[in-house]
Design a protein around this ligand. Structure first.
Ligand SMILES: [Zn+2]
Length: 479
């Protein structure tokens, strides 16, 4: 593995507990790990490659903790453009039901590359829709991920039912194909267990790990939720689920004499290896319970805007001690997968709300807060202390961003504020994963980007054509 010496970075945000910033700094990388980091002059070491980062800001590589890679194939769909959640799913499920292993490969290759180009070095993909027989889709997804070279958590999920009245709306159109979306409990858990046994690496510096979870909380099936948490504990892997209890779900639990958050506690889901997605509707009791349990939340601001959800109350979450990470979410509900832009939105979105609904300005996030979420916060959510920080012994996952851009002219006081508040360029100038340079100036070093692009588009067209033939739906129609 090459020894890298990165030199003369304007500012290195190491994200240690003291949140130190090193001016005019260097980083020496050996065997996939950080060997030394500090202020120039760098020690005299034998490096295979020396890269000047003058004019750049350096951070730990970003950790994306909520994604759905397969949705790369259903971006910017006119039929779903102005749809809120249930109509959006109505437009998406017929296409997603056509997914196959080849589609998983292209989506993983193209989108992992897009993430890397934006400074993201670890991606947790919530693959709750994986209608495979013997691990062939997970294998193809991992092939795409490994070709791109990103660190990866395969959150192998499952979907026992479709939401609300979607079964009765979609069954007449999709027929038996609808069942391809749904997992039977007796078939799902052996698949989860075999995915864990095949791919879950618990060693420090692991490039691939596995976590598990259903797409949403199944309030009427406590045993189903309990089986996930038992399996996660047995194999030391994380738990993940979309958790955003709606009024009807509160009502369901009230009728059973409980609450959604109590249900999670009883099912073994409130512990430090759980991270929830979205959670924009939480009340104070729920926030307190999640914070006390040491669990985490994936904040996905772009999706909130795209689907017209309520802005998450970041200041309240943090006041309750909740660990927060950032997720780009699936490209069907955010259309984009640029991690740097997601940080920029995360810093701003929670300020929206008008006079009464706004969080106090004293709780608004700073650029340092957002960087922390995207690095240490994400690492903690995934149960890892080997990433998210630039320190000797940690994984050499590094991102550098150019500061000498017209959009940042005049922003001379704070490089990170310049990047996140004034910067408009969405790409990293350098992305290193496990000690290897994966992207430079927003482009992949080892991946033929146009091959990935064309492969993705062919797979997307194939899915839309199949869904159109089966259902008669016109996905290109704006509604
Ligand atoms: Zn999601």
């Amino acid at each position: 593995m090459p020894r890298l010496l990165l030199r003369h970075a304007d500012a290195i945000y190491v994200c240690d507990d003291a949140r130190r910033v090193i001016r005019d700094g260097y980083i020496f990388v050996e065997d996939g790990r950080i060997a030394a980091v500090g202020a120039e002059p760098a020690p005299a070491v034998a490096a295979d490659e020396e890269i000047s980062l003058a004019g750049s800001l350096v951070t730990p590589g970003f950790v994306n903790i909520h994604h759905h890679l397969y949705q790369t194939l259903t971006r910017a769909v006119p039929l779903a453009n102005r749809a809120s959640i249930l109509d959006w799913l109505y437009a998406m499920y017929p296409v997603w039901a056509e997914i196959d292993a080849d589609a998983y490969y292209w989506a993983a290759l193209a989108n992992s590359s897009e993430l890397l180009a934006s400074g993201c070095t670890t991606n947790a993909d919530f693959a709750y829709l994986m209608p495979e027989h013997n691990g062939e889709m997970a294998a193809e997804e991992l092939r795409g991920v490994r070709e791109a070279g990103i660190r990866f958590v395969l959150v192998r999920g499952g979907m026992p039912t479709v939401e609300a009245d979607l079964e009765s709306r979609l069954r007449p159109l999709m027929g038996a194909q609808l069942d391809r979306l749904l997992d039977r409990e007796d078939e799902l858990f052996p698949k989860l267990e075999s995915t864990i046994r095949r791919h879950h690496d618990t060693s420090a510096g692991a490039m691939v790990q596995v976590a598990i979870g259903p797409t949403s909380v199944t309030y009427v099936r406590p045993q189903f939720m309990r089986r996930f948490s038992d399996l996660a504990r047995e194999h030391a892997c994380g738990l993940h689920v979309h958790f955003d209890p709606r009024p009807d779900e509160h009502e369901t639990m009230r009728a059973r004499g409980g609450k959604p958050i109590g249900f999670l506690r009883e099912s073994g889901w409130l512990w430090e290896r759980t991270w929830f997605a979205h959670s924009t509707l939480l009340n104070d009791d729920e926030m307190r319970a999640i914070g006390d349990a040491g669990a985490s939340i994936a904040h996905c601001p772009h999706c909130i805007i795209r689907l017209g959800k309520k802005a998450a109350r970041l200041g309240h979450w943090r006041a309750h001690g909740i660990n927060v990470g950032i997720g780009v979410d699936g490209p069907a509900s955010s259309d984009t997968s640029n991690m740097l832009n997601e940080l920029r939105l995360a810093m701003m979105l929670h300020r929206v709300g008008g006079y009464e609904d706004s969080e106090p300005a004293g709780q608004w996030l700073t650029p340092e807060d957002v960087l922390w979420m995207a690095t240490r916060g994400g690492a903690r959510a995934l149960g890892r202390d080997d990433i998210g920080q630039l320190a000797p012994g940690k994984a050499a996952d590094i991102a550098a961003f150019p500061l000498r851009r017209l959009s940042m002219a005049g922003a001379v006081l704070d490089p990170l504020a310049a990047l996140l508040m004034a910067g408009a360029d969405p790409y990293a100038s350098l992305t290193v994963v496990n000690g290897r340079v994966r992207a430079r100036d927003g482009h992949m070093v080892d991946v033929d980007e146009m091959r990935a692009f064309d492969g993705c588009n062919s797979a997307a067209r194939r899915l839309f054509d199949a869904a159109r033939r089966r259902t008669g739906m016109d996905f290109s129609k704006h509604v």
